[in-house]
Design a protein around this ligand. Structure first.
Ligand code: PLP
Length: 385
């Protein structure tokens, strides 16, 4: 019996204390959440890097666009696509220093759609071992050969590239900022390898947009490699305070995907309000760097400094993703629960999201946190670990 089998499996997950639960939360501010009992928390578990979800300009842009319908009611190719979608695509292409951009319904679907759309079964994909699940799933549905290289190990990647005897095209795909460790892909080396081996380089900047680069446009800007990445993927759901995903690159790639990518073609588009919110957020990111981009950087440096002084052994780095590896899954969940009691929401990341023995607390910093918030969570951590 299917239901019995599923129940047995669920029980096994429960026995390992790896059950996942959904917490219903209302965000009163970008970093202040309230649960149904009325308890409030300072949130360190979202990807609201710039705190733009509650910016008055973003909220009113979303409300104004809602006047043209709360839903899009169809695929962009069949029903017609809102004015806001085209405006946002043009703005994203410019922002990412690319010819053209195409929006999908989520970042997850963007990875599925780009890989499924471009990679043929005779091709080879080289994929970093710590890539996001949506890249892993995207690789799987292509039915191409997938070669996983050890995390950011460029020598190992080169060996695999040399050994590849496939006659199809080669693709290398990587997170720009890795979502669980917060470290940055070695783009300069990847671009060198690309020049030597001639592959298509795809970089998923979900955690890099609004975070890295002088203009906040991501890893290419951070490394001074504008124009060197074939396809840049991103999401509207993190720093850009909305929902949806996009890919930016050469117009041939984009036109091809628009014609061939099933996740793009066969799904109803996001609503006008969602495009409008992301567009307003993008404008604020570009025009008010002091309040958002630079404030995020200041907060990130500040909390990393506090952790260092307090000797909290977080992984080193410069991004606002700050992992504190505790190892044991049960302990990680316990500490997260105690933090919640003290009024701080921090993610407890366990297998299968990370390897066995590498369970961790994962804090994400936002431009909307105050120094006081950062000091208080540091004190709470010191007392608990
Ligand atoms: C969050 C994330 C995604 C998925 O984006 P959604 O818009 O949430 O679907 C894709 N890739 C990476 C690296 C991510 O961190």
């Amino acid at each position: 019996m299917l239901l019995n089998d599923l129940q047995v499996e669920l029980q096994q997950i429960k026995n390992l204390e790896l059950t996942r639960n959904i917490k219903e939360l209302r965000f009163l501010t970008p970093v202040q959440g309230m649960d149904k009992t009325g308890q409030q928390y300072t949130v360190f578990s979202s990807n609201n890097y710039l705190g733009l979800t509650h910016a008055p300009e973003v909220i009113s842009a979303s409300q104004r666009a809602a006047a043209f319908g709360t839903g899009s009611t169809g695929s962009r190719l069949t029903t017609g696509s809102s004015f806001e979608s085209g405006e946002l695509e043009r703005a994203l292409a410019k922002f990412k220093h690319a010819e053209k951009a195409l929006i999908f319904n989520t970042g997850y679907m963007t990875n599925l759609g780009v890989l499924y759309g471009l990679v043929k079964p005779r091709d080879t994909i080289f994929s970093d071992s710590l890539n996001h699940a949506s890249i892993i799933d995207g690789c799987r549905i292509t039915r191409a050969q997938v070669k996983i290289y050890p995390h950011s190990d460029m020598a190992a990647l080169e060996t695999l590239l040399k050994q590849d005897r496939n006659t199809g095209h080669k693709f290398v795909v990587t997170d720009g900022v890795f979502s669980m460790d917060g470290d940055i892909a070695k783009l300069p080396e990847l671009v060198q390898l690309k020049e030597k081996y001639g592959f298509c380089l795809i970089v998923d900047d979900a955690h890099a947009v609004g975070v890295l680069g002088e203009d906040g446009s991501g890893t290419a800007s951070h490394f001074g490699l504008l124009g060197k990445i074939d396809l840049q993927i991103g999401t509207l759901s993190k720093a850009l305070a909305s929902e949806g995903g996009y890919v930016a690159g050469n117009s041939i790639y984009i036109d091809y995907l628009m014609n061939k990518s099933r996740p793009f073609i066969f799904s109803t588009a996001i609503s006008p309000g969602a495009y409008a919110a992301a567009l307003a957020a993008l404008q604020l990111l570009e025009e008010e760097r002091e309040s958002y981009l630079y404030k995020l950087r200041e907060n990130t440096q500040y909390i990393r400094c506090l952790f260092k002084e307090a000797k909290i052994p977080v992984l080193a780095g410069i991004t606002p993703i700050i992992p504190l590896v505790l190892g044991d899954a049960r302990r990680t969940v316990e500490v997260a629960a105690q933090l919640a009691k003290a009024g701080f929401l921090v993610s407890a990341i366990r297998p299968p999201t990370v390897e066995q023995g590498k369970s961790r607390l994962r804090l994400t910093v936002s431009a909307a946190h105050s120094f006081e918030d950062l000091k208080k969570v540091t004190e709470a951590l010191v007392s608990l670990i």
